[in-house]
Design a protein around this ligand. Structure first.
Ligand code: VGL
Ligand code: ZN
Length: 226
């Protein structure tokens, strides 16, 4: 499935049980960083505008932050002989290994300076267990350990989540899938995402999978024109 095959929801209003989730807009995922997502910088100014809309509507905004201890098991550098993007599968790690990225306390783990973090109500850090990755903002890659994001949203009676950020085929995708499994109505603001596409074809695969799972897609203009 290509971007051009997406069916967009156009009849959207912001409602009181909505929240915005902004995934991993951190220096290491932006061109110049250690795990750069191509054109990742292009989404930031409109993410801020959408966040402003949510704020004006009195709605919550949560950011996720990839936040790894150094020597995280997802880093190729901790596996002798392995290189970034090599295939590797272990419980909670894989299907590929990554360059060192988003190391706790380092510049690469900070939110990009263009992102308006003042608008955030909550920041959820993930990937903090050295042995287990967390692509999803909700559940670690062991499939069971919660980050707390679902509790935060549920306690506020949030029913519908809108997701933007990086990377489409990893953290955005898994956040969307888990959000849906946890009972939220999930919308991806597709033009406010960019993907890694590793292995090649991964973006196409996740677009198909999200569609099959009842995740919906909108364009940022639909929100910005409200
Ligand atoms: C991500 C790979 C490793 C992401 C995080 O934010 O999509 N991808 N860690
Ligand atoms: Zn990571």
């Amino acid at each position: 499935m290509n971007y051009s095959d997406i069916n967009f929801e156009t009849n959207i209003e912001l409602l009181k049980n909505d929240a915005l989730i902004v995934v991993d807009i951190q220096n290491d995922f932006i061109p110049g960083g250690r795990l750069p997502v191509e054109k990742g910088d292009e989404i930031i100014s409109d993410v801020n505008k959408v966040a402003q809309k949510f704020k004006e509507a009195g709605l919550k905004i949560a950011l996720t932050q990839d936040w790894h201890p150094k020597n995280h098991k997802s880093f190729a550098s901790v596996h002798p002989g392995k290189n970034p993007f090599d295939e590797y599968c272990a419980l909670g790690i894989g299907p590929v290994l990554w360059p060192d990225h988003c190391v706790q306390g380092q510049k690469g783990a900070e939110f990009h300076e263009a992102l308006n973090t003042d608008l955030a109500d909550a920041i959820i850090r993930k990937g903090t267990n050295p042995q287990i990755d967390s692509y999803s903002g909700f559940v670690e890659n062991d499939g069971k350990t919660l980050t707390g994001l679902s509790g935060y949203l549920s306690s506020l009676n949030i029913k519908r989540i809108f997701i933007a950020g990086l990377a489409l085929d990893y953290c955005v995708y898994f956040t969307a899938i888990d959000g849906k499994k946890l009972g939220f109505d999930v919308y991806i603001i597709i033009d406010l995402t960019r993907g890694i596409d590793s292995p090649e074809g991964n973006i196409s695969k996740v677009l198909t999978d999200m569609t099959k799972n009842g995740i919906k897609f909108i364009k940022s203009e639909t929100i910005l024109n409200l």
